[in-house]
Design a binder for this molecule. Sequence first.
Ligand code: HEC
Ligand code: HEC
Length: 302
Amino acid sequence: MLRQLFSLALKLLGGAALAVMIMLLVSAQYFPLSSQSFDTQIGQAVFNAKCSSCHVAEPDGENKMGPNLSKIGFEAQTRKPELNAAEFILESIFDPDAYREPGVEGHMPKGTLDDVSPKNVKDLIYYLASRGGKANYSDIAALKINAPKISSVQQKIEPIPIIQRGWELFHKELGCEACHSVFHNPGDDFLAPSLISAHQLPREYIIESLRDPSKTISPGYQQIYVKYKTGDTLAGRLIKQNEDSLELLHFDKFGHHTRSHIEKSELHTWNIAEHSIMPPYKLSPADEYALIAFFKFLQAGI
Ligand code: HEC
Ligand code: HEC
């Protein structure tokens, strides 16, 4: 009796092993078990372009508005029992309020990846799931991601290093992000226009904006200089005005955007500045090109 049971168990196990082998063979065909089809470099480029204004992915990176994601590959496995790491990261991106870590402040905007192709979203998830964890290839391959809402403009695909260079210039070396956002959420057009649609600007215009920003000042972004009767001065973007008062958007002493309501009766003079607050940039043609490639990437994905 015992022997019969034992041999039955062996048969079952053998059957199970065979079934597993067949599954592996089949899945290897549909989901090759290599990481070749997801590209962490592209994932990182998408992260840099779309997420890094709020998140860092390095353990010792400075904290920004969103949580540090250097261990998200591990953490994402534990956040919700019913979701694997890939599914959790996907949900965090497309439905950010579905889960909120206790104590977390601030909201993540929806639609950060509305113009990125499903393949590139998976590259990004692959990159993130590898931070502090081991990305599970087939979990990522199995994710269902809708086609981008904003249709990608058919553009020449730029090589990743050029886009990376543009990203670095924009966010780090040249500090464009101090004034410009690359999103289109309400309030992103602060002192300067959001550059989410900069790919639509003619190349020559972008280059001219860089070399000589005061030549054409975008409508609505003129600077106003006010001089109070007390002698104090203030410069900012004119948001509103009526007969008696002005409203200016400007940086406060901490470098944050703030609005000031000013009674004209308090003012000595106020003038529209002839110069843009954007400083002129003398860049190599390669760096100008890299910035343009970065703007194209923001819209088209890769
Ligand atoms: C404007 C700022 C902002 C941007 C841009 C942004 N996030 Fe977030 N993100 C947040 C904030 C704030 C939270 C925490 C609150 C929440 O969960 O909604 C968060 C939470 C998350 C979480 C959950 C973290 C956890 O510990 O559970 C993930 C994952 C995430 N973001 C990924 C991304 C990715 C990927 C992108 C780029 C496609 C991105 N975020 C873009 C602000 C942002
Ligand atoms: C001190 C703030 C500031 C910085 C830094 C800055 N800009 Fe600007 N930028 C502005 C303002 C304000 C405008 C709109 C007024 C104008 O046209 O000059 C503008 C306009 C532009 C325009 C034209 C946009 C349009 O829709 O007409 C482009 C392109 C641009 N900036 C790119 C950049 C790039 C790239 C960098 C970094 C190399 C940068 N800016 C750095 C403030 C800034």
